[in-house]
Design a protein around this ligand. Structure first.
Ligand SMILES: *Cc1c(COP(=O)(O)O)cnc(C)c1O
Ligand code: SF4
Length: 333
């Protein structure tokens, strides 16, 4: 497809602008017939299909079970109501002291820098998050910064969202400057899928901006499968590493995507090759529309044991679950 072949010449902004897609177009591109939510379905209106070209080209044509495809394809099973799966599974509505800030854990606060993402992961626990009350913009950001300034127990700020690296550099630079003025903040952490989704986003300018000597900077990428990596992703990770940024990965344990010891071990090995250490393996947050991705906790534990039996300890992620009201992610051991 010329559209896919051309992306290397496009800027990251152009690739990002071209991410919305409809299921029929996607099936056509990938030579597939799959049972999608109808285009006018409210679930799809609220959380549309979105996939960037660099990720799309890593999906194998004609394979309805491709582990990358399954993360983004809005299948008709999303419309099933399943008991135990709700629209706010992690209790975020209660930990929202100001629009734009989530402060649940000691010492670190999560700043919702933007509500947009380069990809829509169908299992995302934020798919029903009330973003209309949390549309971030300078006014919200200022209020968030005030909150951070007034709580000197906060030493780490996590820029999250949405995906903060969908923001233009000038906004990120503004954040770095403003956060730099708050003396108790020592670490900046960025939760992002962009190095995987649009590796072109990792420009020399961005690396320079993130390597601000005022902070220790950590980038937590989100990858679920070894096939998400290619040379472009490797180059993006290397550029970040060269800039002195610590790279970690979080994954979600997802049925038919990475729920085997083989898939998880391959992911850990591939991460390390790219210079990234595994951090968390999350059990699925039970968000409605995502029940078909759920893997039982016992299976998760067995998978971790299997990884421990074949990998060095530093390549075994921590299996965790997010429980509303707890003061940290809950280890599942
Ligand atoms: C996951 C999360 C964090 C970060 O937790 P770590 O265990 O430090 O990675 C912080 N705040 C919120 C609200 C979170 O959900
Ligand atoms: S990139 Fe993260 S926040 Fe965005 S849809 Fe995927 S999991 Fe959700």
């Amino acid at each position: 497809m010329s559209q896919l072949a051309l992306h290397q010449q496009l800027s990251w902004q152009e690739i990002l602008a071209a991410t919305p897609m409809d299921s029929r177009q996607l099936c056509h591109l990938l030579a597939l017939e799959m049972d999608s939510l109808p285009a006018e379905h409210p679930l799809l209106k609220q959380f549309p299909l979105r996939v960037p070209a660099p990720f799309l080209k890593r999906i194998e044509k004609g394979n309805p079970a491709d582990p990358l495809l399954l993360q983004i394809f809005p299948g008709s099973q999303e419309a099933l109501a399943v008991p135990g799966f709700s629209s706010d599974p992690v209790g975020e509505s209660d930990a929202n002291p100001k629009p734009g800030i989530l402060h649940k854990y000691k010492g670190r606060a999560l700043l919702l820098a933007t509500s947009s993402c380069a990809i829509h992961c169908r299992y995302c626990f934020r798919r029903h998050f009330p973003y209309q009350d949390n549309i971030p913009g300078k006014q919200h950001w200022r209020e968030s910064l005030e909150y951070l300034e007034h709580d000197s127990t906060i030493s780490e700020v996590i820029l999250s969202g949405g995906d903060p690296l969908t923001l233009p550099d000038k906004y990120l630079a503004w954040f770095m400057t403003e956060l730099g003025n708050i003396s108790h903040i020592r670490r900046i952490r960025i939760h992002t899928r962009l190095p995987i989704m649009i590796p072109q986003r990792i420009t020399p300018e961005l690396c320079k901006l993130l390597a601000n000597p005022r902070f220790q900077t950590i980038l937590v990428i989100h990858s679920n499968h070894a096939q998400e990596f290619d040379d472009e992703v490797d180059a993006a990770c290397q550029a970040l590493k060269r800039a002195g940024i610590t790279l970690l990965n979080q994954s979600v344990l997802l049925k038919h995507i990475n729920d085997s010891a083989q898939a998880l071990a391959a992911l850990s090995e591939r991460l390390f090759k790219a210079g990234v250490l595994p951090y968390y393996l999350h059990l699925l947050d039970r968000v409605s529309g995502a029940a078909h991705f759920d893997v039982p906790q016992e299976t998760g534990k067995a998978l971790i044991s299997a990884l421990q039996a074949q990998l060095p300890g530093y390549l075994v992620p921590k299996l965790v679950r997010e429980n509303p009201g707890h003061n940290a992610k809950t280890p599942v051991a």
